[in-house]
Design a protein. Structure first.
Length: 420
């Protein structure tokens, strides 16, 4: 990819640098963190430079302030290689008492025990993802999620994407390097990314050697349970069926490593105030940071997805989760999900800082829209409006072509129409 494709993170990063002395930008490998940070940085230090890495690490131990010298904002890439830089940066921010000094980027979370101070009030934390369909220019952006929160009465738009397009987009993923490339190049790049997770990254993240076969079995199991609330015990049994025994503590260790690598990113459960005594399920919904990872470990290609609508539907939900995370984050929002013991559920709950929220169901085809609308309306009635505000939006995100508002007020929007 020759040109820089604008990211939603561009504006977020700019805003945070105007408010804080430093910004920590994390996220999965290859998602574009460094490239995005370079658009605003005035100087760059790459800690993983093959020629200078050893010198940089020694300086970080002896006099870290020397590594901070340079025009601001100064980008320090892969800073977690020298965690002591965190405290040096926090100290420098205190000394200079100004905003917009540093951008830190990294593809793994750092061991917090190696940091003396949290950086609260001085260092902001942002999480970046692979490209949403709007960022990769696959969504036409004719419907704004945030605008829907204010007015969802007269929605009318059309997506250019077909069901075949969605199958391809799931498998392609949202890494900037895969956009506009041939199918062969895309397949090789994603295979390289996933193979690195199995063979090196998961052990390198915390220095703990892990069995490649068990990692592969675990990732295949996670892929099979994408968009479900499968408990850890189910995943443990699933791994064991592949002749790979795994103790629950070992499973926790592997999952923690995958979280630190930003490979998996589950959606937490929401517990609102309800009118009646209903038991809310608190299990997270299983997701990878990008559905292409699940597709790879399922050995799913566009044609195989078109022949297996159940798997297609689950991976489509994961695609929607990825994009709605990004669109919500553009307005400092976040997502969760709802499910209770009566089987009532909403795939995605979108929360904004002002207290407003939206409930969304994901339906690949039009035949499922009515059922999704019934779910959302039932959830609305179940909420105790005296303690939790009514939803500002009830939405069904689809793989169909047309966006419209139903007579019951539920909005139907193709994913290929959405933007922040």
């Amino acid at each position: 990819m020759d040109k820089y494709m604008p990211r939603i993170m561009d504006e977020l990063l700019k805003r945070e640098l105007e408010s804080f002395g430093a910004v920590l930008l994390t996220g999965p490998k290859w998602c574009g963190k460094t490239t995005t940070a370079k658009q605003i940085a005035k100087s760059v230090l790459k800690m993983d430079s093959p020629d200078e890495q050893e010198n940089y690490l020694q300086l970080a131990d002896i006099k870290p302030s020397l590594l901070l010298e340079g025009e601001h904002p100064r980008l320090i890439d892969e800073w977690q290689m020298a965690p002591q830089l965190w405290d040096a940066i926090r100290h420098d921010v205190d000394e200079k008492s100004t905003e917009g000094l540093y951008i830190l980027t990294g593809s793994t979370t750092v061991d917090e025990t190696k940091i003396r101070h949290s950086g609260a009030g001085r260092i902001s934390r942002l999480k970046m993802y692979t490209m949403s369909l709007y960022e990769s220019e696959d969504s036409n952006g004719s419907v704004s999620l945030y605008d829907l929160m204010d007015n969802s009465l007269n929605v009318a738009a059309k997506s250019d994407l077909t069901i075949e397009d969605y199958a391809y987009l799931i498998v392609r993923g949202g890494w900037p390097s895969t956009i506009g490339k041939s199918d062969t190049v895309v397949q090789r790049q994603i295979a390289g990314y996933c193979d690195a997770i199995v063979k090196s990254d998961i052990s390198a993240v915390d220095g703990v050697s892990r069995d490649e076969r068990k990692v592969s079995s675990l990732l295949r199991s996670y892929a099979r349970h994408t968009a479900t609330q499968a408990p850890k015990t189910t995943i443990q049994k699933d791994v064991s069926m592949n002749n790979e025994t795994m103790h629950i503590n070992t499973l926790d260790s592997y999952l923690n490593a995958l979280n630190r690598l930003f490979v998996i990113d589950d959606v937490p459960a929401w517990s609102p105030w309800l009118r009646s005594k209903t038991t809310i399920r608190t299990a997270d919904t299983r997701h990878f940071t990008d559905p292409a990872i699940a597709a790879y470990f399922l050995q799913a290609y566009p044609q195989t997805l078109l022949g297996d609508m159940n798997t297609f539907g689950l991976l489509f939900e994961s695609l929607v989760v990825r994009d709605l995370r990004i669109y919500a984050k553009a307005h400092y929002g976040h997502i969760s999900h709802y499910r209770d013991n009566n089987g009532l559920e909403a795939d995605i709950i979108i929360h904004f800082p002002d207290g407003r929220w939206a409930a969304a169901e994901v339906k690949l085809g039009s035949k499922q829209v009515d059922a999704g609308a019934r779910n959302l309306l039932a959830l609305k009635e179940k909420i105790d409006a005296s303690r939790t505000p009514e939803p500002s939006l009830l939405m069904i995100v689809t793989g169909t072509q047309y966006a419209y508002t139903r007579s019951d007020g539920v909005v139907v929007v193709p994913l290929g129409c959405l933007k922040p």
